[in-house]
Design a protein around this ligand. Structure first.
Ligand SMILES: Nc1ncnc2c1ncn2[C@@H]1O[C@H](COP(=O)(O)OP(=O)(O)OP(=O)(O)O)[C@@H](O)[C@H]1O
Ligand SMILES: [Mg+2]
Length: 299
C-alpha cells in the first residue's frame, strides 16, 4: 500500500462522472478520479484513450459534457484562468512556451496570476509595480534554481534543448503556486538520463506539498513514481490501483498490446510463408530458413 501520506491526506482533486463528447465520439466516459494531498497519481492508456482530453476537462480548456471537477472541496467553473487561480497548474503534451522570450520571462508569465498588480500597472510601470516585479523575479529565480535552469535565465526559450524546454514548462506551471500539478507526458522525447532527472524532480515537487497527476507512456517512469495509477481505455477508466496492482493486471497489458485473436494477421502471414515454403520444396528438403537461432547468437 502507499505510505501514510495518503492516509493523512485530504482530497485535492475530485473529478466525478466526467464525460466529454465530440459529436458522435465519446472521448472520455464518466470518469471518476481523486487525487489526495501528498500523492503522485499516474494516468496511463494507449494513444487516443482520452488522457489529454481528460486533462483539458480538469483545467477548463474543455467544458465537460457531463460531470464536475472539484478542487479542495469546491466545484470549479470550467474557465482556465479560474482553475489556475484556484490552484491547478499544468504542462502540455506539445510544449507551449513563449519561444522568443527568455527562460526567466517565461516563468514570470506563469507568475502573473499570483501578483496583485494588474496588466495596466505592469504596462505603465506604476508605483506598486517595481516592488511586485522584484518579488516576482526572486520567486521565479528560486524556481529556476529548483528546476536546474538558473544558469540559463537569459537564454531564449527556443534555443533550449528539448529536455530543458520541458523543465521550463514545469517551472512556469509551478510559478502559479499550485496545490495540484498536472503533467502531460513530461518525459516525451527525453533520453534516459533526462527521464531519471525528471523523476527526481517530480518527487521533489511532491515533497514541497504539491499533489501531482501525471500522464506518461514510459511505464518504468510511471510505476517507479506513482502511489496510484489509473488506466484509461477508449475513454473509460478500466483499472485503478497501486503500481503493483496495475502493472500485473492483464486487462492493462491487453489494452496496450491488443488482445490476440483467432486469425490475427500475424498468424495468417506465418501460414502464407509456411505454404510458400512447402510449395517450393514439395519433397520436404530442408529450406535452411529455420527460425531457430544458433546457440550464443543474441543479436
Ligand atoms: N478537440 C477535439 N475534437 C474532436 N476530437 C477530439 C478532440 N480532442 C481529442 N479528440 C479525440 O478524442 C480522443 C482522445 O484523444 P486524446 O488526445 O485525449 O488521447 P490521449 O489519450 O491523450 O492520446 P495520446 O497518448 O496519443 O496523447 C481521440 O480519438 C481524439 O481524436
Ligand atoms: Mg495525449
Amino acid at each position: 500500500m502507499t505510505t501514510t501520506r495518503t492516509a493523512t491526506g485530504t482530497t485535492v482533486l475530485q473529478a466525478t462522472g466526467v464525460t466529454m463528447r465530440f459529436g458522435g465520439l465519446t472521448a472520455v466516459r464518466s470518469v471518476d478520479l481523486t487525487v489526495n494531498t501528498g500523492e503522485i497519481v499516474g494516468l496511463i492508456g494507449p494513444n487516443g484513450a482520452g488522457k489529454t482530453t481528460f486533462f483539458n476537462c480538469l483545467t477548463g480548456l474543455y467544458v465537460p459534457t457531463e460531470g464536475t471537477v472539484a478542487y479542495k472541496g469546491t466545484v470549479l467553473p470550467p474557465k482556465p484562468h479560474l482553475v489556475t487561480q484556484a490552484g491547478i497548474a499544468r504542462t502540455f503534451q506539445n510544449i507551449r512556451l513563449f519561444a522568443n522570450m527568455t527562460v526567466l520571462e517565461n516563468v514570470l508569465v506563469g507568475r502573473h496570476t499570483r501578483t496583485k498588480e494588474g496588466l495596466w500597472s505592469a504596462l505603465l510601470r506604476g508605483p506598486g509595480f517595481k516592488k511586485a516585479e522584484r518579488e516576482s523575479e526572486e520567486r521565479a529565480m528560486e524556481l529556476l534554481e529548483f528546476i536546474g535552469l538558473a544558469q540559463k535565465r537569459d537564454h531564449l526559450a527556443r534555443n533550449l534543448p528539448y529536455g530543458d524546454q520541458r523543465k521550463l514548462e514545469i517551472a512556469r506551471a509551478l510559478a502559479s503556486d499550485p496545490g495540484l500539478l498536472l503533467l502531460d507526458e513530461p518525459t516525451a522525447g527525453m533520453n534516459p538520463q533526462e527521464t531519471r532527472t525528471t523523476e527526481e524532480l517530480v518527487f521533489a515537487i511532491r515533497d514541497q506539498g504539491i499533489a501531482v497527476l501525471v500522464i506518461e507512456h514510459d511505464m518504468r517512469f510511471i510505476f517507479n513514481l506513482c502511489d496510484r495509477v489509473a488506466c484509461l481505455v477508449q475513454g473509460e477508466k478500466l483499472v485503478e490501483g497501486t503500481s503493483e496492482t496495475v502493472q500485473s493486471d492483464e486487462r492493462v497489458v491487453a489494452a496496450y498490446l491488443g488482445t490476440p485473436f483467432e486469425g490475427a494477421p500475424e498468424d495468417s502471414a506465418i501460414e502464407e510463408v509456411v505454404a510458400a515454403e512447402k510449395a517450393a520444396h514439395p519433397d520436404g528438403t530442408d529450406s535452411g530458413t529455420s527460425t531457430a537461432r544458433p546457440e550464443g547468437d543474441d543479436q
